[in-house]
Ligand binder design. Structure first.
Ligand code: KIV
Length: 288
């Protein structure tokens, strides 16, 4: 007998159909608990390779592995019910060939149960995206600032701030759309360019440091919660969890040192019926 979930999960075609409609709300998550919260408000949960920086304190996303993505992708699937969970393909897992990309994407879909993958790159990934989509892998593209290219671009700086730089970025977004991606992330590009690409292409654009005119927005959850020490200009801190976590940890440390935690409320008393009289081990009796 088929077991149906009460809540239907959004699919890549559902997200694709939202072009020009109500803005798509997207956030990253890497854990079951945060996924549960985010799921109530978001259309897409991205298990981004930013987990390398956020969870592991890495300087870049380059060292992130497929196994790391699969582990966290699985956790996010367990924590969520409705949002389309999209898992990033990490550096080195898809660039060598279309076949390598398919093998990595298939592992992600099979081992996490997620509904889509994301890959960075525009024109250079066009054939790979088409190859994946033809074989049943829903792909979200990612153009503009592509953090996995850090070693060739040199720094995480905004793209397209001179109009003369627009053409290649527009061509990248068009290539991703033409290849059959269901949506594309536009990261750190000049606002008028983000607006223009959104008008030009037929799939939803999801902005992160792009434009309010994009079809949706995404942020890294820990950045917008005030947990990340350094954040780019495009991040708005919607919360300040850092100080409240520190306050909680300080109180805990004080109470442990003062032996006021655990209090009687936090320890287990003996059940009345199980309080038995201990045997009298008189002198010379050994305990066995
Ligand atoms: O890895 C990530 O979190 C991302 C978002 C910034 C879009 O790719």
């Amino acid at each position: 007998m088929a077991v149906q979930n009460e809540i239907r999960r959004l699919t890549a075609p559902d997200i694709r159909a939202r072009k020009g409609g109500e803005p798509l709300v997207c956030l990253t998550s890497y854990h079951a608990h945060t996924a549960r919260i985010v799921d109530s408000y978001c259309d897409v949960i991205l298990v981004g390779d930013s987990l390398g920086m956020v969870m592991h304190g890495l300087e870049t996303t380059i060292p992130v592995t497929l196994d790391m993505m699969i582990l966290q992708g699985h956790a996010v699937m367990r924590g969520s019910k409705r949002a389309l969970v999209t898992v990033d393909m990490p550096f080195g897992s898809y660039e060598a060939s279309k076949e390598q990309a398919f093998a990595s994407a298939a592992r992600i879909l099979k081992e996490t149960g997620c509904g889509a993958i994301k890959i960075e790159g525009g024109r250079r990934m066009e054939q790979t995206i088409a190859f994946l989509v033809e074989r049943g892998v829903p792909v979200m593209g990612h153009v503009g600032l592509t953090p996995q290219a850090i070693n060739t671009i040199g720094s995480f700086r905004a793209q397209g701030r001179d109009e003369s730089d627009w053409a290649p970025i527009e061509a990248d977004a068009r290539a991703v759309a033409d290849a059959g991606a269901f949506a594309v992330v536009l990261e750190a590009i000049a606002e008028p360019l983000g607006r223009r690409i959104t008008e030009q292409i037929a799939i939803p654009t999801i902005g992160i440091g792009a434009s309010a005119a994009c079809d949706g927005q995404i942020l890294v959850l820990e950045d917008m919660l005030g947990l990340s020490p350094r954040v780019p200009k495009f991040v708005k801190r919607f919360g300040e969890l850092g100080p409240s976590i520190e306050q909680a940890v300080r109180s805990y440390a004080q109470e442990v040192r003062a032996r006021t935690f655990p209090s009687p409320d936090n320890v287990y008393s003996m059940r009345k019926t199980s309080v038995t009289k201990l045997p009298d081990y008189g002198k010379g009796t050994s305990r066995v």
